[in-house]
Design a protein around this ligand. Structure first.
Ligand code: TXE
Length: 480
């Protein structure tokens, strides 16, 4: 697959003629190329987006929404092609791409196309003094940067709200998983989206990403990725007074009380620990179990995890696919060595797998891993590993559970398992996370605000928050 930039409605090569290899992590083999775009490519895209902004922002909300609904329909009509591209790029099981990533990409466009029709404003009658009203207007060119773990899902989650309320867009997907973004560009052309409204530029963070963030004609930036990268990005954007949303890493607690619905908890905990090879910022990587339940849980959980099929992402029985890149693979293996050095006990997994099948002989696979015997202060429990690795710690009291849960620089999501209604509310309100699931995981309602606290980022995506993020308000006061 030769991926091209999508600028001003056309598919074009990088101006400087630099290319990157696109690698399939399941086979470890190159299967395409993508532009290694530089500032000059970003400038062309920003120019096109700026030129398209007046007309796009002047359309009625219904006219813009119709374009987004068309794209949603095209995503659904091309779901098999998109799911295969997602899996070839990311290494996740094809069944997961089909079940989660691609349907959610269509939902993102459909949700924001319709939500934007209901974005309300405010007016206040001040009697003699006159009246106040608030105008929500699009900002201009939105710079959107997305990561490799849920490529099309997170890419469209930024593009849809930004376009819906009238901004034009320059979007840069992760260079590690570019394929579905390229297919989305082809669908935008098929939807006859006016040239320059959406521009997709491929390349690395240090070149294309950095150029987008520092471009003076891009007043709003939405980023999802690593916390360290978020810091770099904020350093560039802050002195330019850009509007900034940062969705960063997480090290999420999964708190299990003894009175939980055990079978539901066990089944869901396997999923919340290892879905997408544990490469979802919402995975529950720190499992905290009430002492009285610890031995039973450890035995049952270990047994279920060691039975998970780690395999070729194209095979339908596969539950755990390939790690997204050689760099991420080596990063996770380094953390497994660190866990051993810190005194951790590997209950299951803890090693790379080489004998997946012939096609995947050179792919990057790691057995889902459970580690016990580590305290909250160690690096294994403090740092985001972002792979198929969880630790288990036990607690005796609710206060101890909360202390362990909040002992993290991150604050993205948390899961609480209990059938005690009062405790569910009490504990949830004290957890320092932006998203809390009780007796479930990854149950998402697109109307809700999504985001973390502490080192997990700033700002909120999702729901009307995302639409408001991509607008700026004018408060107009009129004396009668
Ligand atoms: O993210 P990066 P990576 C975590 C996870 C992972 C770590 C790094 O722990 O191991 O982040 O992952 C672009 N200016 N998460 O390397 O580097 C880059 O090209 C502008 C959690 O994928 O943050 C890519 O498009 N852009 C996260 C995007 O930023 C820059 C999901 C993300 O890349 C840039 C993924 C720069 N200076 C990883 N440097 C989550 N919260 O879901 C890089 N980029």
């Amino acid at each position: 697959m030769k991926i091209l930039n999508y600028i001003n409605g056309s598919l074009v090569e990088p101006i400087g003629g630099d290319w990157l290899d696109n690698i399939n992590p399941a086979t470890g083999q190159k299967y395409g190329v993508l532009p290694d775009s530089r500032a000059v490519d970003i400038q062309e895209a920003v120019k096109a987006a700026s030129a398209a902004f007046p007309e796009w922002s002047a359309l009625t909300q219904a006219q813009r929404s119709n374009y987004l609904l068309k794209i949603a329909d095209l995503i659904e009509a091309n779901k098999d092609r998109l799911a295969l591209a997602e899996t070839n790029d990311n290494g996740k099981p094809l069944s997961l791409s089909q079940r989660m990533d691609i349907p959610r990409a269509a939902d993102n466009f459909r949700f924001y196309a319709t939500a934007a029709l209901h974005l309300h404003s405010e007016t206040y009658d001040m009697g003699e003094a006159g009246f106040n009203y608030v105008l929500n207007k699009p900002i201009g060119v939105a710079g959107l940067i997305s990561p490799w773990n849920l490529p099309l899902y997170l890419f469209t989650w930024k593009i849809a709200p930004a376009l819906a309320v009238g901004n034009t867009v320059v979007a840069k997907p992760s260079e590690i998983t570019p394929a579905t973004a390229f297919l989305l560009a082809e669908l935008a052309i098929e939807a006859e989206l006016p040239p320059g409204v959406l521009n997709i530029v491929f390349g690395t963070g240090v070149h294309a990403g950095q150029a987008l963030v520092e471009n003076p004609h891009v007043p709003v930036i939405s980023f999802t990725g690593g916390t360290e990268t978020g810091k770099t990005l904020a350093k560039t954007a802050a002195p330019m007074f850009k509007k900034l949303s940062l969705e960063l890493g997480g090290k999420n607690p999964n708190i299990i009380f003894a009175d939980c619905d055990y079978d539901l908890m066990l089944k869901t905990t396997v999923a919340s620990s290892f879905t997408n090879q544990g490469q979802i910022c919402l995975c529950g990587s720190r499992i905290l179990v009430e002492k009285s339940l610890y031995s039973r849980f450890l035995s049952d959980f270990s047994q279920q995890v060691s039975a998970m099929k780690v395999g070729d992402p194209l095979e339908k029985e596969t539950r755990v696919g390939a790690i997204v890149s050689q760099a991420q693979y080596e990063k996770v293996l380094k953390y497994l060595s660190l866990a051993r050095e810190e005194g951790g006990k590997i209950e299951t997994g803890g090693k790379p797998l080489y004998d997946v099948n012939e096609r995947c002989a050179k792919g990057w696979f790691i057995a889902p891993t459970i580690i016990t015997g580590l305290g909250p202060e160690c690096r294994t429990n403090q740092e985001e590993i972002f792979g198929p690795v969880v630790t288990i710690q036990s607690f005796e009291t609710e206060e101890e559970a909360l202390t362990l849960a909040n002992d993290s620089k991150y604050g993205l999501s948390a899961t609480v398992w209990t059938n005690d209604l009062k405790r569910a509310h009490r504990v949830s309100a004290k957890i320092e996370s932006g998203i809390i699931w009780v007796n479930c995981w990854l149950v998402r309602d697109l109307r809700t605000p999504f985001g973390g606290m502490k080192a997990s980022g700033i700002g909120r995506e999702g729901g009307f928050e995302a639409l408001k993020f991509f607008t700026e308000t004018r408060n107009i006061c009129i004396q009668l």
